[in-house]
Design a protein around this ligand. Structure first.
Ligand code: PTJ
Length: 265
């Protein structure tokens, strides 16, 4: 589907994301409700202006700093995230030196296996990239893709969505977890983890619960996070962090944009 798209199309990014999700849905990688979740995100992205606003860029830079200095960082990936920015998150994990855990809300063994294969195949391609980082191929090959042997439980959470890997999410101190659900985000915070979420809806429960909230599209965040990790020097001056104030900044942005749009009509 995506090959038919003209790169000059004004909605190229948005349409190619939709088509990637459509293909992935047909191949059984996504949850049945994945498109609904994506559509909800798109609505907020429209209000934001389909761009990474300064509060989001600051949160992303702070996330890069936290992930780089953590003892046991982990990147958690669900179906939508793997399809929309699996490549960039593998690059980020290679720089951080952490594992990626496939941790999905609608858990089936088939989906875990398919998403594991997707990321392992992406790793092979990314390892061959000409990126100016010492031992790049080795670093990429070293990124563990966890998720299959989920023998531990996220505390205070019922059902299969509480399953996680003991050496991954369970043991982590800093967790990057895009498009998370509110209950699981709350449970992870209660376990004492530093939780970084990505959510286009600044008012969602996960956005409000997290320690660091990036109000931005996951595909843009993947690229921005990678660039922040590459330029470590720029990260020194960030923090202390006021997450509620940063979320409020994104709400003020949306508010001002709506007033501006209304005045243009
Ligand atoms: O692969 P699974 O089984 O883990 O399922 C993944 C989904 C996303 C279907 C599942 O986690 C789910 O149902 O999520 P929710 O509760 O609908 O929440 C999704 C949140 O992510 C919403 O608040 C959306 O605004 C937001 N969102 C959707 N697409 C994006 C996004 N945020 C950032 N970037 C996006 N592309």
């Amino acid at each position: 589907m995506s090959e038919k798209l003209n790169k000059k199309h004004p909605r190229y990014d948005s349409l190619s994301a939709r088509y990637s999700l459509e293909d992935a849905q047909k191949n059984g990688l996504l949850a049945g409700t994945a498109m609904i979740a994506h559509g909800r995100g798109e609505a907020f992205d429209y209000l934001i202006g389909e761009q990474s606003i300064s509060s989001a860029l600051n949160a992303t830079r702070y996330a890069a700093k936290l992930l780089s200095s953590a003892n046991k960082p982990i990147i958690s990936v669900n179906g939508n995230t793997a399809v929309l920015c699996g490549d960039y998150l593998i690059r980020c994990a290679a720089i951080i030196g952490c594992a990626i855990e496939i941790n999905i809300f609608y858990r089936t063994n088939e989906r875990i296996t398919q998403l594991t294969n997707l990321l392992k195949n992406k790793k092979k391609v990314i390892a061959k990239e000409n990126i100016n980082i010492e031992n790049w191929a080795k670093k990429v090959e070293g990124v563990k893709i966890l998720g299959e042997n989920a023998k531990c439980k996220i505390l205070n959470l019922e059902g299969p969505r509480s399953n996680c890997c003991c050496e991954g999410i369970y043991d982590s101190d800093v967790i990057f977890v895009p498009l998370e659900d509110g209950d699981r985000c709350e449970a992870l915070v209660q376990m004492g983890k530093c939780v970084i979420v990505v959510d286009l809806n600044p008012l969602s429960r996960s956005a409000q619960m997290a320690n660091v909230t990036i109000v931005d599209d996951i595909a843009r965040v993947g690229k921005n996070l990678f660039e922040s990790l590459l330029s470590q020097n720029d990260l020194q001056d960030i923090g202390p962090w006021d997450n509620i104030e940063n979320i409020n900044e994104s709400l003020r942005w949306i508010n001002e944009r709506l007033i501006q749009l209304a005045n243009e009509k």
